[in-house]
Design a protein around this ligand. Structure first.
Ligand code: F6P
Length: 530
């Protein structure tokens, strides 16, 4: 019997430690005191090096956090997941995305997994033979976990993408999404992938019907060649009229599904060998997560620091700043991964929690964010930990741009940590400052509090292998904080209510019937129909 985090002695110890040393912890002083701080707080995991030294943590914090992991049974929970136990208790399902990237013969359900993988990769190669297939455009129609993974990975691996194929992602049940895509297409050159775990999702089904009508109306022939489905619901796909289907299983959560048939757009983009390397990179992180001692286990350490930041420092959000334009959709991907997984307020037994769970996760690629909201990160009233992702070697030849990019990333984490005192500001010239104000006042405006935490993840290069490892790192980190909080990170009941109410409102929008609706919804509905 493991304890809920707020019942453990480690939780009480962390609360006491926060009052005594955490609240006033100063990063600048910590670096001045300890020249070995970087070495002590950096970890090398497969393909990802992490610097945690700019977080407000000390050895005692780590000690208590590791005790917390022990008391909350994080390792036992991890092992239960990897063994295929039904840890998604509210849906009675196993959670086995790790099996999707295990080498042949080594993971659970290996025959099924590798059977679909082989078939999907063989299919991808036939489509990638563009002179023969005639396919030039791939349109993935899916939403949430059936969209965000491939939509994030394809541009991230741009250097590896088939030059003769263009990729499009349609997700929103908004004609403004699919219309400009269809405008670029010809039926004979287009492959539509209808991606849906359930094959019932309103948005995806509606867009799939639009695509099919467009295909037929524009002289498309051979639906079997131009429409494929990736789904656990092969029967529904067949009823839709799709005969080429790549399946997966209910033990693959939507937001963990890019390793399955949902990864078909990725396989089409980067090819079979690269897709296998992508899986192998994730598998190397799985092995690290499964076997590294907790004090050197990067996903565990990140999850522990996340809990320290969220529950003791009370930081409500985390900003992700990938200094790689290819990772522009990573923040959106991580929003689903983390917020749909850990945005919960009851424990496994359904009892209300007395502590906070998922932070808001948000961000933009560097350096764009610097010229938008970094002002708030540096001088705003909230402290928001930032996660910098730096990639040492680019896949382009513009060395000067890359050096500038890296210098910017480093400078931001440095500035957040060091800040600038009013005394320092007073010694500097500020050419754009008003001449009407005295120097003291201007210096106050130009003061930075500093002591703002960040973590930096460093990759040698963004390749299928390293990206696979990076994504798996995030998955296991989210697992760790969810396990510490004692919640079910693998269900998503919170999306149900809106879906049900939407189904009720759909006919009302047509009929105008507002009976029984609250005044606001009724008023808005009436105006929308006027
Ligand atoms: O609405 C939430 C959700 O169920 C996600 O968890 C999932 O990734 C998405 O919808 C799409 O679902 P499906 O793949 O079944 O269309």
């Amino acid at each position: 019997m493991t304890l809920r985090c707020d019942e453990t002695t480690a939780w009480a110890a962390l609360a006491g430690h926060y009052e005594a040393h955490g609240r006033d912890f100063n990063l600048r002083d910590a670096f001045a005191r300890d020249p070995g701080r970087f070495d002590a707080w950096s970890v090398q995991a497969p393909h990802v090096f992490a610097d945690l030294s700019k977080n407000r943590i000390d050895t005692a914090t780590l000690h208590f956090l590791l005790d917390l992991a022990q008391e909350c049974g994080v390792e036992a929970r991890r092992d239960a997941m990897l063994r295929g136990e039904p840890i998604n208790v509210t849906e009675g399902r196993a959670v086995l995305h790790t099996a999707l990237r295990a080498p042949r013969g080594q993971g659970l359900f290996s025959d099924e997994v590798h059977g679909v993988l082989d078939a999907m990769l063989a299919y991808a190669e036939t489509v990638r033979d563009t002179p023969d297939s005639g396919i030039r455009h791939i349109v993935n129609i899916g939403i949430g976990g059936s969209d965000l993974g491939p939509q994030m990975v394809v541009p991230a691996l741009d250097a590896f993408v088939h030059p003769g194929l263009a990729f499009h992602f349609v997700s929103n049940v908004d004609g403004h999404d699919i219309t400009p895509v269809l405008r670029q297409l010809k039926p004979a050159e287009t492959l539509f992938i209808i991606a849906s775990k359930t094959f019932t999702t309103q948005e995806t089904m509606a867009n799939a019907r639009v695509a099919k009508s467009w295909f037929d109306a524009n002289g498309g022939t051979d639906t079997a060649k131009h429409f494929v489905a990736t789904t656990t619901n092969v029967k529904a796909a067949a009823e839709f009229g799709i005969t080429t289907t790549f399946g997966f299983w209910d033990w693959v959560g939507g937001r963990y599904s890019l390793w399955s048939a949902i990864g078909l757009p990725i396989a089409l983009a980067i090819g079979a060998d690269n897709f296998r390397a992508f899986l192998a990179g994730a598998h190397s992180m799985d092995r690290h997560f499964a076997s590294a001692p907790l004090a050197k286990n990067l996903p565990v350490l990140l999850g522990l620091v996340d809990v320290w930041n969220r529950n003791f420092h009370g930081f409500t959000s985390r900003s992700v700043a990938p200094y790689h334009q290819g990772l522009k959709r990573l923040p959106a991907y991580l929003q689903q991964l983390e917020m749909e997984s850990n945005g919960k307020s009851v424990d496994l037994a359904g009892e209300p929690l007395t502590f906070a769970t998922s932070p808001v996760v948000w961000g933009e690629p560097g350096t764009n964010g610097q010229h938008a909201y970094f002002q708030m990160l540096h001088q705003g009233t909230d402290v928001i930990p930032v996660e910098f992702i730096l990639v040492k070697r680019p896949t382009h030849a513009l060395a000067d741009l890359h050096t500038k990019l890296l210098a910017n990333g480093l400078a931001q984490s440095q500035a957040l940590m060091l800040g600038k005192t009013t005394a320092q500001a007073l010694t500097e010239k500020a050419p754009t400052a008003s001449k009407e104000l005295d120097a003291q006042t201007i210096a106050k405006h130009r003061t930075f509090p500093g002591n703002r935490p960040s973590t930096t993840l460093l990759l040698d290069q963004l390749t299928p292998r390293s990206l696979g490892a990076l994504i798996a790192l995030y998955e296991h980190r989210v697992f760790t904080s969810g396990a510490l909080w004692g919640i079910n990170s693998f269900d998503q009941w919170g999306v149900e209510l809106g879906k049900a109410l939407c189904n009720d409102l759909l006919p009302r929008l047509a009929s105008g019937d507002t009976a029984g609706l609250d005044a606001s919804t009724a008023g808005l509905l009436t105006r929308l129909r006027a």
